[in-house]
Design a protein around this ligand. Sequence first.
Ligand code: ATP
Length: 317
Amino acid sequence: MRSYSLIAPAKINLYLEIIGDRPDGFHELAMILQSIGLADRIDVKVGDTEAIRVRCNHPQVPTDKSNLAYRAAELMATEFPDAYAKYGGVDIAIAKHIPVAAGLAGGSTNAAAVLVGIDLLWQLGLTQSELEELGATLGSDVPFCIAGGTAIATGRGEQLSPLPSLDNIYIVLAKYRSLEVSTAWAYKTYRASFGNSYIKDKEDLAARASAVHSGAMVKAILHKDATEIASKLHNDLEKVVLPAYPQVLELRETFAKQEGVLGTMMSGSGPSVFAICESKEQAEKVKVNVTTAIPDPDLELFVTQSVTHGIKVASSI
Ligand code: ATP
């Protein structure tokens, strides 16, 4: 095959707890991640030239080396120089549907798709864990995006424990197009305000991370109960983002007031906010009602649902 078209789903955080600092400057996290139906389409094909080339239909997304998809291709070229020499360059086309800089792992899922796509294109036969290991060098969310579904993520977010699939959770997602929250700022501000409560002891850190495995959210997921899941949503970063961004707070409060909303939370470091709804119909109604309550053309809303997969091949030629 000379070309693969891949589906690259976004993720939301059902749970995000900041446990402590790490010597590498990142934070020790305990998260529960969920893939959703909102996805980008990534076409990966053997290039006409020796180069790596990225195109994207979204003006905010860079197409140079700062694009995570480009970096994924570059990593594969470095790791597998013989295959790169044999097949030549790589052409990557990104059709963006996932809001950019939204806390939805848009860049990470694109990078994951490129790793999977090049593995197929160059017939490398890498295992999932080999792909995840490569992904971890690009970004903390990349390993999860490869297999997707529902998983506990600890460490920087790259240590994964899969959970049973959740396929019927209906979600409304909202983001102000022009509003961005820097992930680095959110973590730095959290550290400044709450860093004194961080756990320093290694054993305590491990115990706290493993407590998530037996915690209330995991139980709710095992029961596949949307109401229970929605009541256990948690994100430590809300403590710094909501006070600093009144628009995000307003969105969060507006969702919480809607009939049929079981629970609402900011995803990752924001600024996107999601709500879990009783049904698809209810989710559609919530979308309409929130659009009426906040009639701002800058606000975009999506109705989507949990999915049980990460990167998926849609077609190949
Ligand atoms: P995460 O949830 O993993 O923190 P995010 O959803 O908050 O990520 P992205 O959509 O990945 O954020 O975008 C963050 C920044 O990365 C953007 O400002 C954008 O310029 C840059 N970027 C690089 N590559 C990509 C890509 N393939 N898709 C989207 N943004 C990208």
